[in-house]
Structure formats: structure tokens, C-alpha cells
Design a protein around this ligand. Structure first.
Ligand SMILES: Cc1cc2nc3c(=O)[nH]c(=O)nc-3n(C[C@H](O)[C@H](O)[C@H](O)COP(=O)(O)O)c2cc1C
Length: 236
């Protein structure tokens, strides 16, 4: 026994003894609950979504005579080419590398059929998703992996990522096993080596710089594309 006084760790509501035990078990065995091919969590169905329109728009004067639609326009204030979606549910940005080319194609086909948009991610734009998405949003990411100005112009809208959605704490890591020749080439980084994606964007330090960056993006794309900002609950 050491002579130093021993302070037991403070009780954490998030990392309970049971959660810690599961983390230690997964670290020791390498077998995680989350695997490829889907989540075990119960996911909501489209029928589970309920939109309370009256609280975000004017009250209808005559409820049953008002037009009731799910379509939405984005970018009507500044963009010469605003986008029109049939439903207000979109496919979030997912990196090429985390997802394969065929997965990107499948998302593009499904989203186009459902009348909504898909989004690129870390690693840049693939031909699969550009070719199969009616409306494709190009992410402008902190990592700048795969950032090509010409692809900004090939997109239908631009999403500036402030804090990664899936990894809001300290950024993300794409494991070396997923860095194939194609993924490595698009990211300008070596094959087979883990790649970090920071969650803080190097191009601005606050909202005033961000405004300048958005202005630059508008100029690069000739004020055609809607530009929006994705804010993850980040703590860099
Ligand atoms: C496989 C995968 C890859 C992702 N890659 C990115 C990415 O490149 N850029 C990004 O902003 N978010 C990325 N995300 C986060 C998603 O865009 C989204 O914010 C997150 O999954 C939370 O939404 P959800 O609850 O609908 O999954 C990724 C998520 C997943 C599951």
C-alpha cells in the first residue's frame, strides 16, 4: 500500500461504474456493441415524426382551407439558385472513407427518390454521390480533406461545418484500415494510417471571420449556392 492518501474518483452520472466496466470489457476484448451494418438502437420511423407548424409560422386563419405541405425552400435570401426539398428531413454529412462509394450512391438514390438532399463529408465529393443525388450539399470542413473549389461549384448548396456532428468533443478519427488508396488519394494523406479530423475550423476564430469566409464562398460560387452552417454541440 502506498502512503499517499487515496481519493476515490468523484461519482459521475455519465460514467457510472456499470458504464466504466463495459468500457474496460470492450477495451480488453476488442468487441464493441456498435458494429458495421446498422445500429441496435430503436430508430424512429417517419411516422413517428410530428411537426407542430403553428408555432413556427403564422396561425392559419381557416385551418382546413390552408395549404398543408412538407416542402421547404432553402437559400431564398441570397442565393441565385435556392434549393427546394419535398420533405424537411435531409441526409446528414457522412465522410467518404467512413462510408464507401456504393453507400454514397445508395444514399443519393434514396434521397432523390424521397425528394430530399444528401451531403458530402470529410474526404470530399465522390462521383457516386454527385451522379446519384438530385440535390447535393458540399461540406466545408475543419479538416479540409478533399476540399476542391471546383466541387463547391458542382454542389447545389454548401454547409460550413462548425463542430463535427458525430464527434463534437475533440474531433474524429478514421482508422487506418479504412484509408484505402482512393480515400488516401482524395485526402492527400498516406494510405493505412489513422487520420484525425479536428473539430475546430482553422479558417476563423469567431463569427466575424466566419462571415468573411462565407462571403468568400459566395464569391467562389458566383452567389449561386445556398450556404448554411452546421453547428455541433462542440467543446474543442
Ligand atoms: C458514418 C458517419 C460519418 C459521419 N461523417 C461526418 C462528416 O464527415 N461530417 C460531419 O459534419 N458529420 C459527420 N457525421 C455526423 C452526422 O452528420 C450527424 O451529425 C450525426 O450522425 C448525428 O445525427 P444522427 O443522430 O441523425 O445520426 C457522421 C456520422 C456518421 C454516422
Amino acid at each position: 500500500m502506498s502512503d499517499f492518501p487515496h481519493t476515490p474518483p468523484r461519482y459521475s452520472a455519465t460514467f457510472t461504474p456499470a458504464v466504466n466496466a463495459e468500457i474496460r470489457r470492450a477495451a480488453a476484448s476488442g468487441i464493441y456493441d456498435i458494429r458495421g451494418g446498422g445500429t441496435k438502437r430503436h430508430l424512429p420511423h417517419f411516422d413517428d415524426l410530428l411537426f407542430l407548424g403553428a408555432s413556427i409560422s403564422r396561425y392559419p386563419l381557416e385551418g382546413y382551407r390552408e395549404k398543408c405541405a412538407t416542402d421547404v425552400w432553402l437559400g431564398t435570401r441570397f442565393a441565385k439558385k435556392p434549393i427546394h426539398l419535398d420533405i424537411p428531413v435531409t441526409i446528414a454529412g457522412m465522410s467518404f472513407g467512413a462510408l464507401s462509394g456504393p453507400a454514397k450512391e445508395a444514399l443519393g438514390r434514396g434521397a432523390s427518390e424521397a425528394g430530399t438532399s444528401t451531403t458530402t463529408g470529410d474526404g470530399g465529393m465522390t462521383e457516386e454521390e454527385r451522379g446519384h443525388s438530385r440535390t447535393l450539399v458540399y461540406q466545408y470542413l475543419p479538416s479540409r480533406y478533399g476540399m476542391i473549389p471546383d466541387d463547391l461549384r458542382r454542389a447545389d448548396a454548401i454547409e460550413v461545418v462548425v463542430g463535427q456532428g458525430a464527434k463534437p468533443g475533440g474531433g474524429g478519427m478514421l482508422l487506418g484500415q479504412k484509408i484505402s488508396d482512393r480515400v488516401a488519394n482524395m485526402r492527400n494523406l498516406p494510405k493505412g494510417i489513422d487520420q484525425r479530423s479536428a473539430c475546430r475550423h482553422p479558417d476563423w476564430t469567431g463569427p466575424d471571420d466566419l462571415e468573411i469566409k462565407i462571403h468568400e464562398l459566395r464569391e467562389i460560387t458566383d452567389w449561386e449556392k445556398p450556404i448554411y452552417v452546421k453547428i455541433g454541440g462542440a467543446r474543442p
